[in-house]
Write a protein that binds this ligand. Structure first.
Ligand SMILES: [Zn+2]
Length: 739
């Protein structure tokens, strides 16, 4: 027998290996095997098995099968589906989904020295009854061992608790009161269940939704969309459903958009499910992922909470997938292949695993909303908040009328300053959203009034005053201000616009005795830092939390009574088909952060475009009206959800090679798809990181998708002869941006 094995590379082929007789019965598709490749021993996955072989040369044999681990069949089928749909080699997909599998075992289980009571020499009762005959420190040690009996306690832990443990140990070992043993290090943080799930009381609406989802018998994989206003208690439904599925000994997967947010939801799940809840995210160490996999492989059910890549967690016996904030763009990979969307993959995986899939959002993506309206998904609405709180009132401030504001810059309206003061006086907290980081952009007024742009990218540079440098938010190149011509005379550079850094400075001047925290990609680079900021704010140690869209999602802080959006029109001018949808969602979501307890909340939205439909509807909670209007626009312009957008992006240092490659592919595709193809055009952002960018866009009717994918796949096979050397081609399926 022969096996086709995939390896973690971006090449469109698999490798044939001979299956030794002993392995014939054990080997299945999806088995993890050890093989020799180019004189290295490495891991691969069996893609197919057959009794014949086309290859004429000498074949190597499979060296070993990983009998402990295997990829669940439903997950494997999902990956194979991705290979076809995203036109990406299976080896590359396996590498993305199961990266740690291809790496050498980094951490062997660690053995640690432990102590336990010698109950062979003396019964346990002996130690309790004669406890007073021991010295003070001996007593301490024995008491600890009694309370943990029969579990041994690690020497490391004991060392921190008892003075001169080594001499005590020696004396007691000699007297046969103790045994010294070597144990595999166990999880130190086994968390106990602190609350019974029955303590969650669902509202009438929540209960109806919970029962409907739970009682669905046919088409288990038909997605359920819960569309509920912020603060309506979707998490309570997730918790109850998880409990229901978990009791059937099935695993559950809970996806959240941001890793920083996962800790909040993780804590909530742990209260009810204790050590059965695990996290999984791409930034976790390979050894951590392996340890999680070891647990999962024990075949016991687990609950995994994680961001995008957690959709590939190799859980056995999957029963439920929840995708919270399903509209979030962080679920979509747009930079490299496979250009997957974790929400869509979750739906595909639920089909193969026959599990229930729940999408949750206050503001669903237009695609999901459309699917629900058309009956492809079940839809449930929750229009009331959970508990005592009610939705905040919203005021829209027309900034064009506010000319006399703070230092003549209409950034904070007078009304807003008064409102912030009022809340601060009541010791309540304030959230301020401004979706632009840094201090400002700079304009060179002596030189054609140009706004300074990055040399490598077609992107405006941002001035960061704290470090006194200009930073490109795309390629991250930094230029010290001092190195820019004429800056020394301080005459030619003027600030244009403002970012969160500048707002932070202004808040300090306006409210000198209050503490403002800033959370954006500069001040909170690591997950640790993000958590730190949120904890300080949650504990009431700061008055104002200022930030970019990072602060709009998921935060549930009881003492926030005022939410502010400084310049709500940011984003409306971006020439992208989703820009209005994104602005609407951002405003709607951040407003929902206010008044999440019995204290009534308020939101103040400042705008220079008070007549914009998008801003009006977001501030009036007119969700359906906005969605219907957007659907009309998308339909008339032929955009998703009415078609599928496929974007081919050509990138390279040589602009004419880039353009010519795009031309060649375009001409070939145009023969078949004349009516649905656009291009080839320079991308709206023509240069990024010193690479020129050209694209071709296909607006594919749903019925034609397979044909189009097949044609693109055929072209990709001939890529070498069609695309210039040095030009890369990205195939973005279901593209969410055309920039
Ligand atoms: Zn740049």
């Amino acid at each position: 027998m022969y096996a086709e094995v995939c390896l973690p590379f971006f090449i469109d082929r698999t490798f044939t290996y001979l299956v030794p007789k002993d392995y014939v019965e054990k080997l299945v598709i999806g088995s993890i095997v050890s093989i020799k490749f180019k004189n290295n021993i490495c891991n691969g996955i069996v893609v197919s098995l057959s009794n014949t072989v086309l290859f004429k040369g000498k074949l190597n044999s499979i060296l070993a099968i990983d009998s402990k681990n295997n990829v669940p069949m439903e997950l494997w089928k999902t990956l194979v589906w991705m290979e076809q749909y995203y036109i990406t080699p299976i080896g590359k997909i396996a590498q993305l989904a199961l990266s740690w599998l291809f790496k050498k075992r980094i951490n062997q289980p660690r053995y640690i020295k432990s102590l336990e009571l010698d109950t062979n020499s003396n019964p346990l009762s002996f130690y309790t009854s004669s406890i007073d005959s021991f010295t003070h420190n001996q007593k301490k040690l024995i008491n600890l061992l009694i309370s943990d009996y029969p579990k041994p306690i690690s020497l490391v832990l004991l060392k921190s608790k008892i003075k001169s443990i080594y001499s005590i140990k020696k004396i007691l070992l000699d007297k046969k009161y103790l045994i010294e043993s070597m144990n595999i290090e166990k999880d130190n943080n086994v968390i106990n269940i602190r609350k019974n799930i029955d303590s969650i009381e669902l509202t009438k609406t929540q209960n109806i939704i919970y029962n409907k989802i739970k009682d669905t018998k046919n088409n288990l994989w038909k997605p359920h969309l819960i569309q509920g206003i912020p603060g309506c208690g979707k998490t309570e439904i997730y918790l109850k459903l998880t409990d229901f599925i978990f009791k059937q000994k099935k695993s559950c997967l809970i996806l959240v958009p941001e890793i920083a947010l996962s800790s909040e939801i993780f804590d909530r799940f742990q209260i009810y499910f204790g050590g059965k809840v695990l996290t999984w995210h791409s930034k976790a160490s390979e050894s951590y992922k392996r340890s999680v996999w070891d647990k999962i492989n024990s075949k016991k059910p687990y609950i995994i909470i994680g961001a995008r890549s957690a959709v590939f967690t190799p859980l056995n016996n999957l029963g439920l997938i929840v995708i919270d904030e399903e509209q979030d763009s962080s679920y979509k990979e747009s930079e490299r292949q496979p250009t997957y969307n974790a929400r869509n993959i979750a739906i595909i995986r639920s089909k193969f695993s026959n599990s229930t899939v729940v999408l949750g959002s206050a503001t669903p993506s237009l695609d999901t909303y459309y699917n629900a309206v058309m009956g492809k998904y079940y839809m449930y609405k929750i229009n009331e908040r959970y508990g005592a709180s009610i939705l905040p009132s919203i005021e829209l401030i027309n900034m064009n009328k506010d000319q006399n504001s703070f230092i003549n810059k209409p950034i904070f309206s007078n009304y807003l300053i008064k409102e912030i003061n009022d809340k601060l006086n009541c010791k309540e907290q304030i959230l301020i959203l401004h979706n632009r980081r840094g201090f400002s952009a700079l304009r060179d007024s002596q030189n054609k009034d140009e706004i300074l742009k990055c040399k490598n990218c077609d992107v405006i540079l941002t001035f960061h005053k704290n470090n006194n440098e200009l930073i490109c938010h795309h390629c991250y190149i930094k230029t010290p201000i001092s190195s820019i011509n004429n800056y020394s005379e301080n005459t030619s550079l003027q600030q244009v616009g403002f970012g969160t850094e500048q707002l932070e400075d202004m808040l300090k001047i306006l409210f000198p005795n209050k503490k403002t925290l800033r959370m954006d990609a500069d001040s909170a680079k690591s997950i640790k830092k993000q958590k730190e900021i949120l904890t300080i704010f949650k504990n009431g140690k700061a008055n104002i939390l200022l930030g970019t869209q990072m602060i709009a999602k998921g935060l549930d802080f009881k003492n926030i009574t005022l939410v502010v959006v400084i310049n709500s029109d940011i984003g409306l001018m971006i020439p992208d088909f989703k820009s209005h949808e994104k602005v609407f969602q951002l405003i709607y979501q951040v407003v929902g952060r206010a008044g999440r307890s019995e204290k009534k909340g308020k939101a103040i939205i400042q705008t220079y475009q008070p007549d914009s439909n998008t801003i009006q509807m977001a501030t009036n909670y007119d969700l359906e009206k906005f969605y219907n209007l957007q659907l009309d626009t998308r339909k008339s312009l032929n955009y998703p959800p009415f078609v599928r957008l496929i974007r081919l992006v050509f990138k390279g240092k040589n602009e004419s090679h880039c353009k010519l490659s795009a031309d060649k592919i375009f001409r070939l595709l145009k023969i078949k798809f004349n009516n649905i193809i656009i291009g080839p055009l320079p991308c709206p952002i023509i240069k990024l990181s010193n690479n020129y960018r050209y694209h071709i866009i296909l607006k594919v009717p749903h019925s034609q998708i397979r044909v189009v994918l097949k044609s693109i796949k055929n072209l990709k096979i001939q890529k070498k002869s069609l695309v210039y050397k040095g030009i890369s081609l990205l195939i973005d399926i279901d593209s969410e941006s055309v920039l």
